[in-house]
Design a protein around this ligand. Structure first.
Ligand code: CA
Length: 223
């Protein structure tokens, strides 16, 4: 085993922070804790953690603001924690660059599982032989498990957007943004039908569950 991965907990409720720290320690991580929003950026600059659990409502400075500034200089994965389910849609719309979102109240077990998932995504245990999906953006060509995909321009853009950030959930609006050149008016259903076609083509190229997941009530994710 190497050095334990450092997880920075930014949470102003001491009991919650202590509980999370206990669970993370038990899972083999090295947690650190900050309660003040203003302390986060300097702390990350001084000693970058492997992952940040970032509460939305904090004294000093809120999580949105912190996340925005973080993304200016760091790619450290961020899991945002918010007390309101309905906040998540708004957060996604803001394109803050967070890697995942967790709703409060959460179980510490769930938080640990999400941390593991995000870290695994970024540091896969063994290098994959060949990526299942390869996209040549200049040539507008995509191959899946070695099979050339026959995609419409819209499907190609959709796939490129999703595959650029594996694991990140995109809302339908976010996907629509990059889909057409001519800013035509389209509905959420349009995205759904393009995704459906794209999934079918991926499935035809390689049998099995296609890597585009539908996240109920939110949007889509590429796994
Ligand atoms: Ca809080």
């Amino acid at each position: 085993m190497g050095t334990p991965q450092q997880i920075l907990i930014v949470e102003d409720e001491p009991k919650l922070a202590a509980l999370l720290a206990d669970y993370l320690k038990a899972a083999g991580y090295a947690p650190r804790h900050l309660a003040d929003g203003l302390a986060v950026i300097p702390a990350v600059r001084a000693e970058p953690p492997d992952l940040i659990l970032l509460d939305l409502m904090l004294p000093g400075r809120d999580g949105l603001d912190i996340c925005r500034e973080l993304r200016g200089f760091s790619n450290v994965p961020v899991i945002m924690m918010t007390a309101r389910v309905d906040e998540i849609d708004r957060l996604l719309g803001l394109e803050l660059g967070a890697d995942d979102y967790i709703c409060k109240p959460y179980s510490p077990r769930e938080v640990v599982a999400r941390c593991k998932a995000v870290l695994r995504r970024l540091h896969p245990p063994e290098p994959a032989a060949a990526p299942a999906l390869s996209i040549d953006a200049d040539a507008w060509r995509a191959r899946y498990h070695g099979v050339e995909l026959d995609l419409t321009p819209v499907e190609f853009r959709l796939l490129r957007t999703l595959a650029r950030a594996p694991g990140r959930v995109f809302s339908r609006e976010q996907l629509l943004d990059g889909l057409y050149d001519d800013h035509r008016v389209v509905t959420d259903r349009t995205v759904d039908s393009h995704v459906k076609n794209l999934r079918r083509k991926l499935e035809q190229a390689a049998p099995g569950e296609p890597p585009i997941r539908s996240i109920y009530g939110v949007g889509y994710r590429f796994d």
